[in-house]
Design a protein around this ligand. Sequence first.
Ligand code: TYD
Length: 133
Amino acid sequence: MLEFKQHGDDRGHLVVMEEMEDIPFEIKRIFYIYGSDPDVVRGQHANKKSEFVLINVAGTSKVRVDDGKGNEAIFSLNRPHTGIYLPSLVWKDMYDFSKDSVLLCLASEHYDAKEYIRSYDEFIAYMKKDERE
Ligand code: TYD
């Protein structure tokens, strides 16, 4: 988890993220996810190359991370100054979106559909192959 400094005063709060300082990569892409129902599961993929930082800038959600080697962890994103860093080659599910959830995603790569692994079986096979090499 990443904790960003909150610059707050009587006018409200401000959170800053600078690449290679607060974010451990150069930010090439930004997208955000909102309007997902609470029973929706998003993500459900791994990336061969992209690293991400996810921040619920409004509302809340959860992220389940699976390294394909039997380790799984669940993180709650529930504060606008807290993010999670996701390295490449982890399977991720985002779910439990609150109605007001706005999930900001910073990525280390431009979008390339070819670096997305969207089948869990394929991910597991890819990780086994990765281990052998
Ligand atoms: P998708 O990867 O399914 O979203 P999530 O990770 O939340 O499950 O993306 C939804 C659609 O948006 C899909 O058609 C691909 C497109 N998309 C882009 O064109 N560029 C992007 O950077 C991203 C993340 C998605």
